[in-house]
Write a protein of this length. Sequence first.
Length: 104
Amino acid sequence: MNSVNSSTGFSGFQLRSGFSPRIIPPLIPSLPSDSPPADFDAHGFLQQIQLDVLEAQDSLLSAKISQAHAHNRERRPDPDLKSGDKVLLRTLHWKNEYKRKGDK
């Protein structure tokens, strides 16, 4: 729940609650706490959550574009077929669909 997603750059907990939970006991006591202070601004807090969600959505869109680009890099263009052209189909993976019941 608190691990950072590589696609979004945020943990699920941070996107839901607006901050990362404290690790008890703190591993490095000199670092400031990530928990919200007692007198925090609610409007600013909600804006920060909305900005985090928008940044995560941008990261997901960027990852999606990157994956599509990587997938399409090795792809061949579609053949130029017209209505009436004769083609050969490879049906090896469809052979079970054409069998009658009881045939082997």
